[in-house]
Design a protein around this ligand. Structure first.
Ligand code: GDP
Ligand code: MG
Length: 201
């Protein structure tokens, strides 16, 4: 089994994040945690690549549709359809428009509990309810209500893998093995060394 410090996760800074001038700020947050950047590139993804990304999990259409219907009900609203797949088709069409609107930054971050710790500091999916202090909570104000009214995807600056399994599939979808770099970074000695005995002379 791999040590938790070797966990990797995929982060995409979406076109709105790039346009808002937040690349540096976002990178700084993950870097500040002590995570190690092992892959980075800018690209304009095409619609097929975006669709494949969201449907790497064959259950995604069903699960996301059902989750969306449930969240409408919880807010006392009538969902636009009772068919989860019809709902996700709309979400997916809007996500394709959103993610292909301009350049994105794709990154792979490595470190202890990378998936969970990145999700935590990134904040919840809907910026309106993302916690204060998270990247989405601090830097963006969109909501599902507004996105639905304008028939577009919610603009939440970032994509971050939801689980270790998702991360593995997503990293392989966005990066070729040769585009990722294995290396040591000095601060790992402080974060992970068992005895912390290399400091004093
Ligand atoms: P993430 O992993 O935090 O990005 O969230 P999901 O994987 O659950 O959803 C992926 C994308 O689907 C989100 O970024 C949203 O654009 C969209 N989405 C998810 N849930 C809803 C919802 O309840 N309403 C709307 N309009 N879009 C949603
Ligand atoms: Mg997700």
């Amino acid at each position: 089994m791999k040590h938790p410090k070797e966990e990797r996760t995929l982060v995409i800074i979406k076109p709105d994040g790039v346009q808002r001038g937040l690349i540096g700020e976002i990178v700084k947050r993950y870097e500040g945690l002590g995570l190690k950047l092992v892959g980075l590139k800018m690209l304009v993804p095409d619609p097929a690549h975006v669709e494949a990304h969201y449907t790497l999990d064959p259950e995604w259409r069903k699960v996301t549709g059902e989750k969306t219907i449930k969240s409408y009900r919880e807010k006392g609203l009538t969902p636009p359809s009772e068919d989860p797949l019809e709902i996700t088709a709309k979400i997916l069409a809007n996500l394709k428009k959103y993610l292909t609107a301009g350049p994105v930054i794709a990154m792979v971050w490595e470190g202890a509990h990378a998936v969970k710790i990145v999700r935590k500091i990134t904040g919840g999916t809907e910026p309106l309810t993302s916690d204060v202090g998270t990247i989405r909570g601090d830097y963006v104000l969109d909501s599902y209500t507004m996105a639905d009214a304008d028939n577009r995807a919610v603009r939440n600056l970032i994509h971050a893998s939801g689980s270790a399994g998702e991360a593995e599939a997503e990293i392989a979808h966005w990066f070729k093995p040769g585009e990722l770099t294995d290396y040591r970074i000095i601060h790992e000695e402080i974060l992970y060394d068992v005895n912390l005995d290399g400091i004093l002379e």
